[in-house]
Each structure stands twice: as C-alpha cells, then as structure tokens.
Design a binder for this molecule. Structure first.
Ligand SMILES: Nc1ncnc2c1ncn2[C@@H]1O[C@H](COP(=O)(O)OP(=O)(O)OP(=O)(O)O)[C@@H](O)[C@H]1O
Ligand SMILES: [Mg+2]
Length: 476
C-alpha cells in the first residue's frame, strides 16, 4: 500500500513537470535546468534579421541577451544594484551639497583663547542637551582666606545640541588622536559648532558673549602669568587687584613711578618717530619686606595690566627660552624679573661646581635689548643686592629708572598706623613718640604690617608691643 502510494506520487511529479514544460512552450520560452543551457538558434536569428550584418547583430543580441531569461534576470539585478549605488552616491553628494549650502561650521582649536571662553560659557548655558560631561574644578578664594570649591560640568568630548537665540547648533568637541600639547600635557582638541547658514551671524554673538563672561570673571583682578615651557600661562586664579594706596612708600615715590609709567604708556608715537625701542626698564631695590613686589602688583592693578613673572634662577631656563618668552609677552602685561641678582650668584656657583647654568648674563642682556615688539614693554626688576649687579645691566635702555625702596621712614610708619587704625590721630602720635624713643631704625614695612595685623582692633595694644619691632624676625 505504501509502495503504491509512492509510485503515484512520483508519477504526479513527472506529470506536473510535463505540464510546466508545455506552458513554457506556449510562451515561446524554454526553462531548462542549469545543467542544460539553451542552444543558440541560428536559424531563428537569420529569419528575424533583414539579412544585413547590423540586423543580424541586433537579432542575435535580442536572442542571446533579451530573450534569454538568465540575462534578463541578471541584468535586472545589475541594473537594480547600479541604481541603488548611484542613488546612494546621489544621497551622499546631495547631503554634502545641502550641508555646504545650508550649514556652516565654526572650528575653535584648543590653542585659541576663545576655546576656554566657549567651554566656560557652555558650562553655564541653560539650553543645551549634553550627555557627555567633563568636570572642571574651580577654587574660589574669599577675602577672609577661606577657599570654596566649585565644580562646573563642562561639555565633554562628543556631540551636544544647544539652542541659541532660537537657532539650533550642534557642538562637537573632539580630541585630535594622540597628539599632545607638550606645554600643558593635554590632548589637542577642537570644538566645532555647526548651524544653519542663515544663522551664521550668531557665531559672533556667541563668542562675544563668551568673551564678556570670561572677562567679567577677571574684572578687577590681575592675572599672574608664569613661564611654562616656551609659553606664558596664567598661574592660579586671577587675583584681586591691590589698591595702590595700600602700599605705602616714602613720600612721593609711588606717585613718581606711577606718573612715569603712565607717561611712558602714552608716548608710543614719540618713541616710534625717533626710532627708539618702545620699552622702559625699572629697578626697585632695597631690603626685604619693603613693598617692592606689592607695589608692582598694585601698579599693575592701577594700570589694568597683568604680570608675567620670570624666575631667572630657574635651572632649565636657557638663553633661547628667555629670548622667546620675552618676545612673546601677553599683551597689556608687565614683565617682572624678581631677585635679579640671584640668577648671577647661581651662575658663579654653578660654574665653580661644574653644573650647567641656565641663563647667562649676556643672554639676559641680549634678551632685554632684543625685545622687538610694536607693543610697549614695561620691565620691572627687583633686588635686595643692587651692589651685586653688573653695570652693563644698569645702563639706560635696560634700566631707565632706579628707585630705592627702603625700610620704613617716620612718614611711612605714621601712614601705615593710620591706614590700619583709621582716624586714630592721637594714638598715631603716641605710637610715633614711642618709635622715636626706642630709636627704632631698619624696621621694614612688612614688620609693621605684622604688628598691626596681630593687633587688628587694638591700636593701644600695638603701641604696647612696639618693642617687638626691634627684632626683625619676631614671630607673634
Ligand atoms: N610699603 C608697604 N606698604 C604696605 N605693605 C607693605 C609694604 N611693604 C611691605 N608690605 C607688606 O609686607 C609684605 C611683603 O612685602 P613685599 O613682598 O612686597 O616685599 P618685597 O620688598 O618684595 O620683599 P623681598 O625683597 O623680600 O621680595 C606684603 O604682605 C606687604 O603687604
Ligand atoms: Mg619681593
């Protein structure tokens, strides 16, 4: 029974095949198995052609390619594939064209000043959607010395969307591979802003806003720069400006220096017309704690300038680096060379001991001479030992203005007293009486400050403790 059933099944298959063959014959086509390719019917080609070679070729082509189901199917697929590829290319090119026509990019590399401004701005901007954040920690030092820490979440590497003045902007923060900024040890980065072409003017608004925000944070502050490799970098947070009146120098000294610097700053044309390098060097010398550094900081605040501090005794500071740094001072900055004698003491010592010295004396002289900037250059130098300085350094052009900032004179003592204890005229007279009675000399203004800070609210107690000024190293 089972065998019979199987036979019937085979038969029905055969029959089905035969029926299919018939159908195909009717359609004028033969679909044979892959194992038996259809022979080319030369007779048919001859019949269909008009006898000419072209006719024969066309007819042959029709017979071989068009009427052939394999070619028809393969060709179809090929055409479909080509069309898809072309379509895809078209979409890519089209979107590139649309991108170029409709969108506009702004690239901000990490070397540019506005890079940090932008990140700071964005960390405070409300209308943004960021999923990648980086932390940036800021210390804020309050007037009473307390430090509070603020973490701001700045947009991390990746894509962020912001809405600025109604326009959408795509922000892409990218790290450039493994390339490192050797001066800071951080990877080079770029931030790319993309927006619609018609909104391109918003870039300017955005950058100005970011700049304003950054500068507002620095308003009333002095930025201190130090050398970092071949570059100047801000050192710590900008400091609060020191009021120039808070540094009490002997009568008239402060005004003389301030007037001289201000006069220099408005004499650019005068210098240029006469072909004189537009620079001026100041040397403040005197005992420790007499207010040299404090005065320069207050002066920078008064002029709204920043300070670039260079330590000449730094071991890895070479002549080349010194020259480079002095020729690339950030604008509106005072160059401050502290303890200028120390660099040369070290040089002598190191030569004796066989160490390699950093800056050479002639290197410093050349650097001071060679500052070839169109901008003004104000150099302040300080020393406790002017006698150790080489006359070559002190010649005009290198040092144009020398001032002794000495220990406190009677004028300074009284002024300091009254600055700490406002309106206490009578007590100041008493203090001066004691000061003279004890024949105190060689008291530095820093010592006076120490005594008055210790007795912040008790002027009488400061008078009672006046004898402590005898000891310059007294610790309260
Ligand atoms: N003339 C002054 N008026 C007000 N404060 C002063 C004066 N001199 C010194 N001080 C105070 O003393 C401290 C030390 O001053 P500063 O560092 O300016 O001295 P300096 O002359 O630079 O000393 P050094 O030669 O050791 O570098 C500061 O806190 C400053 O406020
Ligand atoms: Mg100093």
């Amino acid at each position: 029974m089972a065998a019979k059933g199987l036979k019937n099944f085979q038969l029905s298959i055969t029959k089905d095949c035969e029926e299919e063959d018939e159908d195909e014959e009717i359609n004028g086509r033969r679909m044979n198995g892959a194992s038996s390719p259809q022979p080319i019917d030369l007779e048919k080609i001859k019949q269909n052609s008009d006898g000419s070679i072209t006719g024969m070729f066309t007819s042959g082509f029709n017979e071989v390619v068009i009427n052939n189901p394999y070619f028809a199917a393969g060709g179809g697929l090929m055409l479909l594939g080509t069309a898809l590829a072309l379509g895809r290319q078209g979409v890519v090119k089209g979107s590139g064209l649309i991108y170029r026509q409709l969108l506009v990019d702004l690239e901000i590399p990490s070397k540019d000043k506005s890079y940090l401004w932008f990140l700071e701005w964005m960390s405070q901007y409300k209308h943004r959607s960021s999923r990648h954040l980086s932390v940036e920690t800021n210390y804020i030092q309050h007037d009473n010395g307390a430090v509070s820490t603020k973490f701001s979440l700045v947009p991390g590497p990746g894509k962020h969307l912001i809405r600025y003045q109604g326009a959408f902007m795509l922000v892409n923060r990218e790290r450039s591979g493994r390339l490192l900024d050797m001066t800071s040890g951080t990877p080079f980065e770029t931030v790319t802003l993309t927006t619609l072409y018609r909104d391109r003017h918003l870039f300017n608004d955005l950058l100005s806003e970011a700049k304003k925000l950054a500068l507002k944070a620095r308003e009333g502050k002095t930025v201190i720069y130090t050398s970092w490799g071949p570059e100047w970098r801000p050192f710590g947070q900008p400091r609060k400006k020191r009021v120039i009146g808070s540094v009490i120098l002997d009568k008239g000294i402060s005004d003389t220096i301030v007037d001289d610097v201000k006069d220099f700053l408005i004499s650019g044309d005068w210098y240029h017309k006469r072909g004189i390098p537009y620079r001026r060097g100041y040397l403040l010398y005197g005992p420790p704690g007499s207010g040299k550094t404090s005065f320069i900081q207050a002066l920078a605040g008064e002029l709204d300038y920043n300070i670039c501090i260079l330590n000449l005794s730094e071991a890895n500071l070479t002549d080349d680096r010194l020259n480079h740094l002095m020729n690339h001072i950030p604008e509106r900055s005072i160059l401050l060379l502290e303890d200028i004698d120390a660099a040369f003491n070290k040089r002598e010592q190191s030569e004796d001991k066989g160490y390699t010295s950093g800056v050479t004396f002639s290197g410093l002289l050349n650097a001071l001479d060679g500052v070839a900037s169109a901008e003004e250059c104000i150099t302040f130098m300080t020393t406790n030992h002017p006698e150790k300085l080489d006359p070559a350094l002190l010649r005009p052009g290198r040092v144009d203005f020398k001032v002794l900032i000495d220990n406190a004179t009677e004028y300074q003592v009284r002024e300091m007293f009254l600055r700490f204890y406002e309106g206490e005229e009578e007590l100041s007279n008493e203090f001066m009486k004691q000061f003279k009675k004890l024949q105190l000399s060689n008291v530095s203004t820093a010592q006076l400050q120490g005594l008055f800070v210790y007795n912040k609210r008790e002027p009488q107690q400061a008078i009672d403790m006046i004898a402590t000024l005898r000891n310059p190293n007294n610790v309260f």
